[in-house]
Design a protein around this ligand. Sequence first.
Ligand SMILES: Cc1cc2nc3c(=O)[nH]c(=O)nc-3n(C[C@H](O)[C@H](O)[C@H](O)COP(=O)(O)O)c2cc1C
Length: 193
Amino acid sequence: MNEVIKAIQSRRTIRKFRSDPISKDAVEAILEAGLWAPSAGGRQQALFLVSEDRDANLLLGKINRNCFGGAMKNNDHEINQKQISIAEDDSLKNAFYDAPLVIYLFGSGNRYTVNDCSVCAENMILAAWSMGIGCVYVGRAEETFATEEGKAIMRRGNIPEDAKAVCCLCFGYPDGEIGEGRPRKRERIHYLK
Ligand SMILES: Cc1cc2nc3c(=O)[nH]c(=O)nc-3n(C[C@H](O)[C@H](O)[C@H](O)COP(=O)(O)O)c2cc1C
Protein backbone atom coordinates (compact mmCIF):
# COMPACT_ATOMS: atom_id res chain seq x y z
CA MET A 1 0.00 0.00 0.00
CA ASN A 2 1.43 3.41 -0.85
CA GLU A 3 2.06 6.03 1.84
CA VAL A 4 -0.86 8.29 0.90
CA ILE A 5 -3.39 5.48 1.09
CA LYS A 6 -1.83 4.29 4.37
CA ALA A 7 -2.22 7.80 5.82
CA ILE A 8 -5.84 8.01 4.64
CA GLN A 9 -6.75 4.71 6.27
CA SER A 10 -4.75 5.08 9.48
CA ARG A 11 -5.89 8.66 10.19
CA ARG A 12 -8.19 9.00 13.15
CA THR A 13 -9.84 12.08 14.54
CA ILE A 14 -7.81 13.15 17.58
CA ARG A 15 -9.40 14.91 20.53
CA LYS A 16 -6.76 14.35 23.20
CA PHE A 17 -3.82 16.63 22.59
CA ARG A 18 -0.52 17.33 24.24
CA SER A 19 -0.21 20.98 25.15
CA ASP A 20 3.14 21.60 23.43
CA PRO A 21 3.04 23.74 20.30
CA ILE A 22 3.43 22.33 16.81
CA SER A 23 6.79 23.10 15.23
CA LYS A 24 6.88 26.12 12.93
CA ASP A 25 8.00 23.96 9.98
CA ALA A 26 5.09 21.59 10.51
CA VAL A 27 2.58 24.46 10.65
CA GLU A 28 4.01 25.78 7.37
CA ALA A 29 3.77 22.32 5.78
CA ILE A 30 0.14 21.98 6.88
CA LEU A 31 -0.71 25.38 5.39
CA GLU A 32 1.15 24.56 2.19
CA ALA A 33 -0.96 21.41 1.86
CA GLY A 34 -4.08 23.57 2.18
CA LEU A 35 -2.85 26.03 -0.43
CA TRP A 36 -2.28 23.22 -2.92
CA ALA A 37 -5.82 21.86 -2.68
CA PRO A 38 -8.08 22.04 -5.72
CA SER A 39 -10.31 25.11 -5.87
CA ALA A 40 -13.43 25.96 -7.85
CA GLY A 41 -12.41 27.62 -11.09
CA GLY A 42 -8.85 27.75 -9.76
CA ARG A 43 -9.88 30.90 -7.88
CA GLN A 44 -8.20 29.91 -4.57
CA GLN A 45 -10.86 31.63 -2.50
CA ALA A 46 -10.49 29.75 0.80
CA LEU A 47 -8.94 31.85 3.58
CA PHE A 48 -6.91 30.41 6.47
CA LEU A 49 -6.98 32.04 9.88
CA VAL A 50 -4.15 30.49 11.91
CA SER A 51 -4.44 30.81 15.67
CA GLU A 52 -2.13 29.67 18.43
CA ASP A 53 -3.76 32.24 20.69
CA ARG A 54 -5.02 30.02 23.49
CA ASP A 55 -7.41 32.63 24.88
CA ALA A 56 -9.03 33.27 21.51
CA ASN A 57 -9.28 29.54 20.78
CA LEU A 58 -10.77 28.84 24.19
CA LEU A 59 -13.30 31.64 23.80
CA LEU A 60 -14.39 30.38 20.38
CA GLY A 61 -14.25 26.74 21.52
CA LYS A 62 -16.70 27.49 24.32
CA ILE A 63 -18.98 29.42 21.99
CA ASN A 64 -18.84 26.57 19.50
CA ARG A 65 -19.67 24.10 22.29
CA ASN A 66 -22.71 26.17 23.23
CA CYS A 67 -23.85 26.23 19.60
CA PHE A 68 -23.78 22.42 19.73
CA GLY A 69 -25.98 22.01 22.80
CA GLY A 70 -25.96 18.88 24.96
CA ALA A 71 -24.50 15.44 24.31
CA MET A 72 -26.49 13.22 21.94
CA LYS A 73 -28.44 10.51 23.67
CA ASN A 74 -28.90 8.12 20.76
CA ASN A 75 -25.98 5.95 19.64
CA ASP A 76 -26.03 7.03 16.03
CA HIS A 77 -22.91 9.10 16.68
CA GLU A 78 -20.93 6.45 18.59
CA ILE A 79 -17.26 7.10 18.01
CA ASN A 80 -13.75 6.16 19.07
CA GLN A 81 -13.78 5.46 22.82
CA LYS A 82 -10.19 6.72 23.15
CA GLN A 83 -11.17 10.08 21.64
CA ILE A 84 -14.40 11.02 23.36
CA SER A 85 -16.25 13.97 21.87
CA ILE A 86 -18.59 16.67 23.12
CA ALA A 87 -21.36 14.59 21.54
CA GLU A 88 -20.81 11.97 24.25
CA ASP A 89 -19.50 13.83 27.25
CA ASP A 90 -21.40 16.85 28.53
CA SER A 91 -18.55 17.77 30.86
CA LEU A 92 -16.34 18.79 27.90
CA LYS A 93 -16.79 22.55 27.65
CA ASN A 94 -14.32 23.38 24.90
CA ALA A 95 -15.36 22.10 21.47
CA PHE A 96 -11.73 22.55 20.35
CA TYR A 97 -10.46 20.15 23.03
CA ASP A 98 -7.64 22.51 24.12
CA ALA A 99 -5.75 21.91 20.87
CA PRO A 100 -2.67 24.16 20.70
CA LEU A 101 -3.35 25.22 17.10
CA VAL A 102 -6.68 25.99 15.43
CA ILE A 103 -6.94 26.90 11.77
CA TYR A 104 -10.29 28.41 10.81
CA LEU A 105 -11.30 28.18 7.16
CA PHE A 106 -13.43 30.81 5.46
CA GLY A 107 -14.81 31.05 1.95
CA SER A 108 -16.00 33.95 -0.13
CA GLY A 109 -19.62 32.97 0.35
CA ASN A 110 -20.13 31.96 -3.27
CA ARG A 111 -21.78 28.67 -4.24
CA TYR A 112 -18.50 26.73 -3.88
CA THR A 113 -17.45 28.00 -0.47
CA VAL A 114 -18.08 24.75 1.39
CA ASN A 115 -16.42 22.69 -1.32
CA ASP A 116 -13.38 24.98 -1.50
CA CYS A 117 -12.81 24.88 2.24
CA SER A 118 -13.51 21.18 2.60
CA VAL A 119 -10.89 20.10 0.08
CA CYS A 120 -8.32 22.35 1.81
CA ALA A 121 -9.31 20.87 5.15
CA GLU A 122 -8.76 17.26 4.16
CA ASN A 123 -5.41 18.06 2.53
CA MET A 124 -4.29 19.75 5.75
CA ILE A 125 -5.60 16.99 8.02
CA LEU A 126 -3.76 14.32 6.03
CA ALA A 127 -0.55 16.35 5.77
CA ALA A 128 -0.63 16.80 9.55
CA TRP A 129 -1.26 13.10 10.13
CA SER A 130 1.69 12.18 7.91
CA MET A 131 3.87 14.21 10.32
CA GLY A 132 2.46 12.63 13.49
CA ILE A 133 0.06 15.51 14.18
CA GLY A 134 -3.59 14.85 14.99
CA CYS A 135 -6.63 16.90 14.08
CA VAL A 136 -10.32 17.14 14.76
CA TYR A 137 -12.55 18.78 12.17
CA VAL A 138 -15.11 20.84 14.05
CA GLY A 139 -18.25 22.19 12.40
CA ARG A 140 -20.58 25.03 13.44
CA ALA A 141 -18.02 27.60 12.29
CA GLU A 142 -20.65 29.84 10.70
CA GLU A 143 -22.62 30.08 13.95
CA THR A 144 -19.44 30.59 15.97
CA PHE A 145 -18.25 33.50 13.82
CA ALA A 146 -21.71 35.04 13.68
CA THR A 147 -21.27 36.05 17.35
CA GLU A 148 -19.81 39.43 18.36
CA GLU A 149 -16.74 37.66 19.78
CA GLY A 150 -16.31 35.73 16.53
CA LYS A 151 -16.65 38.87 14.41
CA ALA A 152 -14.04 40.64 16.56
CA ILE A 153 -11.60 37.77 16.01
CA MET A 154 -12.24 37.89 12.25
CA ARG A 155 -11.39 41.60 12.30
CA ARG A 156 -8.20 40.90 14.27
CA GLY A 157 -7.23 38.34 11.61
CA ASN A 158 -8.10 40.65 8.69
CA ILE A 159 -10.77 38.28 7.46
CA PRO A 160 -13.35 40.21 5.42
CA GLU A 161 -16.60 40.76 7.29
CA ASP A 162 -18.66 39.02 4.61
CA ALA A 163 -16.48 35.87 4.47
CA LYS A 164 -18.31 32.67 5.41
CA ALA A 165 -16.72 30.46 8.08
CA VAL A 166 -16.84 26.77 7.14
CA CYS A 167 -14.82 24.77 9.66
CA CYS A 168 -12.43 24.84 12.57
CA LEU A 169 -9.45 22.49 12.32
CA CYS A 170 -7.90 21.78 15.71
CA PHE A 171 -4.38 20.39 15.60
CA GLY A 172 -1.94 19.00 18.12
CA TYR A 173 0.28 16.07 18.92
CA PRO A 174 -1.84 13.12 20.08
CA ASP A 175 -1.72 12.42 23.79
CA GLY A 176 -2.09 8.73 24.62
CA GLU A 177 -3.76 5.97 22.66
CA ILE A 178 -5.27 6.86 19.29
CA GLY A 179 -7.98 4.19 19.28
CA GLU A 180 -9.89 2.56 16.47
CA GLY A 181 -12.10 3.94 13.71
CA ARG A 182 -15.58 2.55 13.14
CA PRO A 183 -15.74 0.01 10.32
CA ARG A 184 -16.71 1.77 7.11
CA LYS A 185 -20.15 1.10 5.63
CA ARG A 186 -19.29 -0.43 2.30
CA GLU A 187 -22.95 -0.63 1.24
CA ARG A 188 -22.70 3.11 0.58
CA ILE A 189 -20.93 2.34 -2.67
CA HIS A 190 -23.26 1.95 -5.62
CA TYR A 191 -22.38 0.97 -9.14
CA LEU A 192 -24.29 1.97 -12.20
CA LYS A 193 -24.84 -1.30 -14.05
C1 LIG B 1 -18.40 17.86 8.76
C2 LIG B 1 -17.78 17.27 10.01
C3 LIG B 1 -18.06 17.85 11.22
C4 LIG B 1 -17.49 17.34 12.38
N1 LIG B 1 -17.72 17.97 13.56
C5 LIG B 1 -17.14 17.51 14.67
C6 LIG B 1 -17.32 18.21 15.90
O1 LIG B 1 -17.97 19.24 15.95
N2 LIG B 1 -16.72 17.71 17.00
C7 LIG B 1 -15.96 16.57 16.98
O2 LIG B 1 -15.43 16.20 18.02
N3 LIG B 1 -15.76 15.89 15.83
C8 LIG B 1 -16.33 16.33 14.69
N4 LIG B 1 -16.11 15.69 13.49
C9 LIG B 1 -15.25 14.46 13.47
C10 LIG B 1 -16.09 13.19 13.36
O3 LIG B 1 -16.75 12.95 14.59
C11 LIG B 1 -15.18 11.99 12.99
O4 LIG B 1 -14.60 12.24 11.73
C12 LIG B 1 -15.97 10.69 12.94
O5 LIG B 1 -16.41 10.32 14.22
C13 LIG B 1 -15.16 9.53 12.34
O6 LIG B 1 -13.95 9.31 13.06
P1 LIG B 1 -12.54 9.28 12.33
O7 LIG B 1 -12.32 10.67 11.77
O8 LIG B 1 -11.54 8.94 13.40
O9 LIG B 1 -12.59 8.26 11.26
C14 LIG B 1 -16.64 16.19 12.32
C15 LIG B 1 -16.35 15.62 11.08
C16 LIG B 1 -16.90 16.18 9.93
C17 LIG B 1 -16.55 15.58 8.59
